[in-house]
Design a protein around this ligand. Structure first.
Ligand code: 5RP
Length: 243
């Protein structure tokens, strides 16, 4: 196993130990680090027989099911106790870019609605600014693809429509039936403002910016982990709009 794989396993092992036993609904993200987490829970299946899982992608749902776990549709639940996922980039503020696996729309819905959000990454995912190593994926309704693509380029951003690297010819279509435009951040930008501007373009379903959605980031190294935590006061349900 190479160093990065060892680091992913370290992060997944630590996340496994952090899941409180009283959590019933567990959300699971997508990707190779999450895959290691799934392998770990499979080895301790007896501890999870009373749990219900909700998956951020068809791939994750299939893997959980083939190991005998109970997977329910996202449309049948309104709250998740704990959510575990990976990420493509994490900045010092715990903001992230996700969507390397084109699952970010559902991943964001699950993360937003989870009581506790734990992200597991290897050390190569740490960046000083978002966009340093990865473009930010933007999911677009197929009907709006070229309108959105043109508008993004008018904003002065370099963008590519994501193409399949095998198994399918042409554009990548996500599990939520959108097409992915990868937007490159060639120079430092205010990601919160860019995220807001992108969401104003009709046809964009969601971006891969995860701003303020992590409670804990477990960073794996080949022989140890580091944990980055967010102060509780920043939780996303702090606003109360009840009359
Ligand atoms: C999928 C994601 C993944 O979490 C992200 O791409 C990281 O994947 P990996 O653990 O394989 O490096 O956002 O949409």
């Amino acid at each position: 196993m190479d160093e990065v794989e060892k680091a992913k396993l370290m992060a997944a092992k630590h996340a496994f130990q952090l899941i409180p036993p009283n959590n019933r609904v567990i959300g699971v993200g997508t990707g190779s680090t999450v895959e290691k987490f799934i392998q770990l829970i499979r080895e301790k299946r007896e501890l999870f027989h009373d749990k219900v899982f909700v998956a951020s992608s068809i791939d994750t749902a299939l893997r959980l099911r083939e190991h005998g776990f109970k997977v329910v549709s996202t449309s049948t639940i309104d709250k998740i106790d704990v959510y575990i996922d990976g990420a493509d980039e994490v900045d010092p503020e715990m903001n992230m870019i996700k969507g390397g696996g084109a699952a970010h729309v559902l991943e964001k819905i699950l993360a937003y609605n989870a009581e506790t959000r734990i992200f597991i990454v290897d050390y190569t995912k740490l960046v000083r600014r978002l966009g340093e190593k990865h473009p930010v994926p933007v999911e677009v309704l197929p009907e709006a693809l070229l309108f959105v693509y043109r508008r993004i380029k008018e904003l002065g951003l370099r963008a590519d429509i994501r193409k399949s690297r095998g198994g399918k010819y042409g554009v990548v279509v996500s599990d939520t039936r959108g097409i992915i435009i990868d937007v490159h951040l060639d120079k430092p930008v205010d990601v919160v403002e860019l995220d807001r501007v992108l969401h104003e373009i009709p046809g964009i379903v969601g971006t891969g910016f995860f701003i303020g959605l992590a409670d804990k980031v477990i960073v794996g190294y080949p022989d140890h982990v580091e944990i980055i935590e967010k102060p509780i006061k920043d939780r996303h349900y702090s606003n109360d709009y009840r009359l």
